[in-house]
Design a protein around this ligand. Structure first.
Ligand code: ADP
Length: 586
């Protein structure tokens, strides 16, 4: 730690070991050495000066050595600092690069000057350059207003915390991120750069919106099912009377008016069914369904309304595939998407429906040439009761009901931008695939209509059990016109009394399920116990399919159950079926 002098190396005991070597090899005779210390005072080396004559150092030489040592120690410590800065920079870079959160530096003019791997993965870009190019072209923020909000927050406070914005990925899909950023200011104290990190909150937001949907569902569920049930009975009578009156010869004006009443009742019925399927908690029955067949049949059924609106519908179905779900529910999903697309396309517009199969899943794509969905509307389209359509034209239930159905079968519905910057919308339903090519075991997409046998006048007697007089009256008209004799009961107990007296009198019993006192379900169970021979001749109807009791009854009974308001043609079909089975013989 102290300066050392050897005025004569040859005689200095310090040099014993290496004397010969030093003296002989280099011809040195004297040496003076000064310790070199680092910035923290630690000894890091020494400066040794050698002389070829044996003498002590002069004061001037010692002073020179000490100046050199001082400068050397400064140089040495800065060199060490630089190395440690380099190594700490590398370690910091690797920390940022490998951080699980997306980290970035962005300038006011939209240039991304640095990004890490998590940021590239989040936005699905292959490298930093392509992401930087997209950002410079203004393609990072889905909405410029959100970026302006970020700049304003940084201008105000240098720090922005928890600001949510939507970013666009390389493939055009969106991701909602929560940003936290710190600003740097230029010499005029304007924010010109910020560094921030982004957290993907899309799954959180999706879960929240699912929760909100469920909460809304629970809140309105009870109300809706009550209202729907109350509406079903009057709607049934309106529909039945209108259908029945249309069977007679009418003036053109009357026929048109009756047709209008029937069509509006059908429309109201489909709204009520939408409401009910929105709140329904019952287990749907999954079966093997031909995807292409069901899509084609549903599209065919919608063709007349598309033509009326001047919309061309193109259908392209891929190789046949089998999905495992409730066919009626699948038809409902396709109908909802298609009717939205037809409405959006409008007069002269076009709609494309395609099916495609990939490994393990299949897709139904419904695309239209309409105006598309604006970014403000897009996040809300799957919300129940959200509609942008005028009152009376939209219920806002189509997409939320469809999403519920598709999710129930392990699938999903998403919107995608149409390729090539085309205007319009594209909805994609993805469903898990469950089998190979469709075979004959698959439920047919369209049921064949059986030929209708004619009843002999007065040959059969029907018992109508319903607490709603208008429904009994509409059904009485229906049966009387077909040559049946009709008896009526206003509740389950009165019906049971008639059946207990002489069940054999009735070729057919049509009973409501929900009635005060003895319900249709109770009546059924009493008959199972001691008059089971009547059961094959019974048809039940209910407007209350959403209730647990009705759903479990449908599961366990072998009797047909019609959902109110049903079409008289459905009742006709059932009677035909029972007649063909030999059950209904007057
Ligand atoms: P509704 O059709 O009764 O309004 P939906 O739940 O089916 O209810 O749709 C909700 C909203 O989503 C519509 O009001 C509309 O704003 C938007 N939407 C759905 N499909 C399309 C489409 N193909 N093109 C444009 N907007 C659409």
């Amino acid at each position: 730690g102290e300066p050392v002098q050897s005025a004569d190396i040859a005689s200095d005991p310090l040099w014993t070991a290496s004397r010969a070597c030093v003296v002989m090899s280099y011809g040195v005779r004297a040496c003076w050495a000064t310790p070199l210390r680092g910035a923290d005072g630690r000894l890091v080396g020494a400066l040794a000066c050698f002389c070829d004559t044996a003498r002590p150092a002069t004061p001037r030489e010692l002073e020179l050595a000490s100046t050199v040592v001082h400068l050397a120690s400064i140089a040495l410590s800065s060199a060490r600092d630089a190395a440690s800065i380099r190594s700490s920079e590398a370690s910091f870079r690797s920390f940022v690069e490998n951080a699980p959160a997306a980290i970035f530096r962005e300038t006011l003019h939209g240039h991304l000057v640095s990004t890490n791997a998590a940021m590239l993965a989040l936005l699905r870009y292959p490298d930093g350059e392509s992401l930087a190019r997209a950002a410079s072209a203004g393609q990072l923020y889905a909405d410029d207003a959100a970026r302006r909000r970020l700049v304003a927050a940084l201008e105000a406070d240098d720090l922005a915390r928890g600001l949510e914005v939507d970013w666009c990925r390389a493939d055009g899909t969106r991701v909602t991120v929560r940003l936290s950023a710190r600003a740097y200011r230029d010499e005029r104290t304007r924010v010109w750069l910020w560094e921030g990190y982004a957290e993907d909150v899309t799954p959180l937001r999706q879960a929240e919106s699912a929760l909100r949907r469920n909460e809304k569902l629970a809140a309105v569920g009870q109300l809706v099912s009550g209202v729907a049930h109350e509406l079903n009975n009057p709607l049934s009578s309106i529909l039945h009377f209108a259908e029945d009156l249309l069977d007679d010869r009418r003036t053109q004006g009357d026929a048109e008016a009756l047709g209008m009443i029937r069509d509006q009742a059908r429309r109201s019925r489909s709204i009520v069914r939408d409401l009910l399927s929105f709140v329904q908690q019952r287990d749907v029955v999954a079966e093997a369904v031909s995807l292409a067949g069901t899509v084609a049949a549903t599209v065919r059924a919608m063709m007349p309304s598309a033509e009326m609106l001047g919309v061309r519908v193109h259908l392209e179905t891929a190789q046949e595939s089998v999905v495992h779900l409730d066919r009626a529910a699948l038809e409902q999903v396709i109908t909802n998407l298609l009717s939205n697309a037809i409405q959006a396309a409008g007069m002269g517009g076009e709609v494309w429906v395609r099916t495609a199969c990939g490994p393990g899943c299949c897709r139904i794509v419904v695309e239209d040439s309409g105006p598309g969905i604006s970014p403000e509307v897009l996040p809300r389209i799957f919300d129940p009761f959200f509609t942008t359509k005028p009152t009376g034209e939209g219920t806002g239930l189509g997409l939320s009901v469809s999403l519920g159905i598709v999710e129930q079968f392990g699938g999903r519905i998403a919107t995608e931008p149409r390729g090539g910057n085309l205007p319009g919308s594209r909805f994609v339903v993805t469903l898990p695939l469950t089998g190979g090519p469709a075979d004959t075991a698959i439920a047919p997409a369209v049921a064949a209509t059986p030929a209708r046998p004619v009843m002999e006048p007065g040959s059969c007697r029907v018992l109508l059990i319903d607490d709603e007089p208008s429904i009994r009256s509409a059904l009485r008209r229906f049966f009387t016109r077909r040559g049946w004799q009709v008896e009526e009961a206003g509740d389950g107990a009165a019906g049971l009394a008639l059946l207990s007296r002489d069940a054999g009198r009735f070729a057919l019993v049509v009973s409501d399920l929900r009635m005060p006192g003895l319900s249709g379900v109770d009546l059924h169970d009493r008959l199972v116990a001691d008059r089971s021979q009547v059961l094959p001749r019974m048809i039940f109807s209910t407007g209350d399919v959403a209730s647990h009791e009705a759903a479990s009854f449908v599961q366990r009974t072998s009797c047909p159950v019609l959902q109110k308001p049903f079409e008289l043609a459905e009742l006709d079909d059932l009677i035909t079926l029972l007649t063909e089975r030999g059950v209904l013989q007057g």
